[in-house]
Design a protein around this ligand. Structure first.
Ligand code: T5A
Length: 213
């Protein structure tokens, strides 16, 4: 696979979507991408047509259809399997670049640390769903919990956000551990969006320079 696969991870409201949009505006003319390579901006859950249907079931289901913890885990895995098979792997094989808002680390943090589901089962599902596709570089937007709650403000919570503060605290600890274990690039997210973007661009340039050595 000759393309590049970049992922942003972090707790709800940490600024992933804002940062990905800015990256997607800048990257095509940055001189970093090979000529002819396309950029794909995507997300989990919901990066494919099937994924968009799963996203509805996961985040805004009618009460009677809300998945229990195991069904939730399997639905995130199904979303990822389809995303990898239909979008990410074909794009990387063409030499394109893929920028994804969340990937498999989110399942470890939310369903593992947050819900307390069995870690080995989660890792087995990760292996099945990703089928060998791993991000080249993952940025972890590290935002204090209180800042996340403040930023989300009066916005209506989705089903996962509605789990509350202690759930999110466990998820946050999970991301911190994962970032160290998986060699992610940590980015302090409690600064202005422009400052965060400058840090991400700098880290990306440094990483590409190393990768090309
Ligand atoms: N999930 C997902 C699992 O449980 N398991 C899994 O395996 C996966 C893949 C996804 C939900 O599903 C869960 C995690 C999530 O709960 P989502 O819609 O993708 O749902 O949810 P979030 O990732 O939480 O998306 P958000 O839109 O809430 O957060 P973002 O994208 O991180 O943040 P963003 O950019 O939208 O910014 C949030 C607010 O903060 C402001 C923005 O303007 C916006 O109002 N903001 C800043 N304010 C001040 N300073 C900055 N630097 C700012 N950057 C952004």
């Amino acid at each position: 696979m000759s393309g590049r696969f970049l992922v942003l991870e972090g707790i709800d409201g940490c600024g992933k979507t804002t940062q990905l949009r800015q990256l997607a505006d800048w990257l095509p003319d940055s001189g970093l991408m090979p000529s002819g390579a396309q950029l794909h901006l995507t997300r989990e859950p919901g990066g494919t047509p099937l994924g968009r249907a799963l996203r509805e079931l996961l985040l805004s289901p009618p009460d009677e259809s809300a998945p229990g913890p195991t069904a939730e885990l399997l639905l995130y895995a199904a979303d990822r399997a389809q995303h990898v098979e239909r979008l990410i792997r074909p794009a990387l094989n063409r030499g394109d670049w893929v920028l994804s808002d969340r990937f498999s680390g989110s399942t470890v943090a939310y369903q593992g640390d947050g819900r307390g589901l069995d870690l080995q089962t989660i890792l087995d599902l990760e292996r099945i769903a990703t089928a060998g596709v791993t991000p080249d570089l993952t940025f972890w937007l590290d935002l204090p919990l209180q800042e996340s709650l403040k930023r989300r403000g009066a916005r209506i919570d989705d089903r996962i956000e509605a789990e509350g503060e202690s759930f999110l605290a466990r998820v946050s600890e999970g991301f911190q551990r994962l970032s160290a274990e998986r060699g992610w690039a940590p980015v302090a997210a409690d600064q202005s969006a422009d400052q965060v973007q400058q840090v991400i661009r700098g880290l990306l340039k440094d990483w590409l320079a190393q990768a090309l050595l």
